[in-house]
Write a new protein. Sequence first.
Lengths: 297, 297
Amino acid sequence: MNSPITLDALKVLDAIERRNSFAAAADELFRVPSAISYTVNKLEEELAITLFDRSKRKAQLTPIGKMIVEQGRLILKATDDLTHMAKQSAEGWELELRICIDSILLFKPIYALIAEFQQQYPWINIRVTEEVFGGTWDALTAGRTDLVIGATGEAYNSDFILRPLGEIDFVFAVAKNHPLVQEPQPISSSKIKQYPSIVVSDSSRHLPARSAGLLNGQPRISVPSVDKKIEAHLLGLGVGFLPIHRIEEYLKAGELVALNVKKTESRKSELSMAWHKDNQGKALAWFVKRIQNMKLF
Amino acid sequence: MNSPITLDALKVLDAIERRNSFAAAADELFRVPSAISYTVNKLEEELAITLFDRSKRKAQLTPIGKMIVEQGRLILKATDDLTHMAKQSAEGWELELRICIDSILLFKPIYALIAEFQQQYPWINIRVTEEVFGGTWDALTAGRTDLVIGATGEAYNSDFILRPLGEIDFVFAVAKNHPLVQEPQPISSSKIKQYPSIVVSDSSRHLPARSAGLLNGQPRISVPSVDKKIEAHLLGLGVGFLPIHRIEEYLKAGELVALNVKKTESRKSELSMAWHKDNQGKALAWFVKRIQNMKLF
DNA sequence: CATTTAGTTCAAAAGGATTGAAGTAATGAA
DNA sequence: TTCATTACTTCAATCCTTTTGAACTAAATG
């Protein structure tokens, strides 16, 4: 792989084509016409291909020459982009940003934000993962992610920066035809314990798993995400607390019913963004800044 | 747009990464280690970016360096491909080949052939058009196409080379519930004239239009392609001759019925490939050679 | 602590790129 | 037709970038 094509030659060809003249190209490139001639001749010789038809006074690109100019421009653009990418990276823009989103949140607005980011910084890879409860902290401490959106509770240590997103409201919700709907409210803990509770299992792999508002002694059904928990509630498989913002439509449509319960634990939960304090990445900062002004629940 | 990146520097980076050593890269590139060092230093200086971590004995690519190597390889590949393309073009391979197919033929085997060609010569653009009867000749004489597949009749002048593809059989076919099916065969011309005939209109733009086997005095319905003619026949809109190979399935399924008619004109038609005798293109030759061994009808 | 391995530095040399003057060839105006 | 102009080419001289090789530094290895 030893191509006789050089970026300099491509630049020269590009200039000649755009200005439609060797002399004008020489002028543009701050060279003397003979230098342009030399470069073109060398390329033609090494390729053993005629790029210009010189039978007329004005040198005219041959079809092959034209193709090389066109393709060459793409190559020049690519090297230019590469330079730009490298410069940006050196200035603190990540090559890749890993975002971990708690399954309690609506992903849609975040995806919209990512799309916007990609338009501005198309060379930065964004990798999104979904975790549940402690799983987000786990991903952060294990270095599997750069930014957690929707971290719950306190930081495990001072290596992380927390930025609150607000409190999320939970309600005790069951399917419309669930037996508990017929009970007088507030519903006692002992009544609730007669039905299986749907529990989103913590996706922590290393840190001690957190439990989220379990009413002890109840039969449990574990599901891997809040989406699945909502489905389970809708099917009447069990009962439990759900984030209001995720089930508003179901409550309005009457498919889920919010019930008053005696125990008040876990009715609210503080959500945050979190990232490692050493991470000075500009893409990270961009997302933190933009997400702060967003309503995610 | 004056990128400090050069193809030579990218080659050097590539070699270093692959061989995992400056010395080995120098060896591979028939240079002295200091020359490699020089090239890398110059690039780093001009980009103002550290590409190698030299704190250890073995220089280690930084993440940005790695990205540049990876992207750089794509650029090297592109210039290499460009060289290859140019060489091939100079050797007589077209930059673009325009193929004009008569609508009477099955396009599928031709598309399969084009797909195969594209795998071998991915940089050559293939442009397919569809024409009807004289339209193919028209496209050729007007220079709108390079190769006609399925040209009918004689060449208009000696500027073109004809290569016969064989004879195509036509049958007089009508829809299964058409009144003509009830008539005793062979069916007389006067009976036929009572029903509209479906005529594929010639797509010639400059040459005198040819007519294909019209039974004179009949009401006509003109359609733009053989596909549409078959549809019209199936719907019972009219009658006429159809190429057997295109309606075999409908005949087998009984949706169309082939009838015996008295007039025997236009029962067969000689089809050919045709191209301009000055066209020495290798892609053209490739297609001519391959199509000769194919069964297109 | 000596030895080996890996890359860097630097002055000297090589050689490719640039220059400018002279030349050629097509175009177009007088 | 002639002559000036435009457009590119040729070529020897010059410049300056790249390469070289010897000497050097610094990390790993045992």
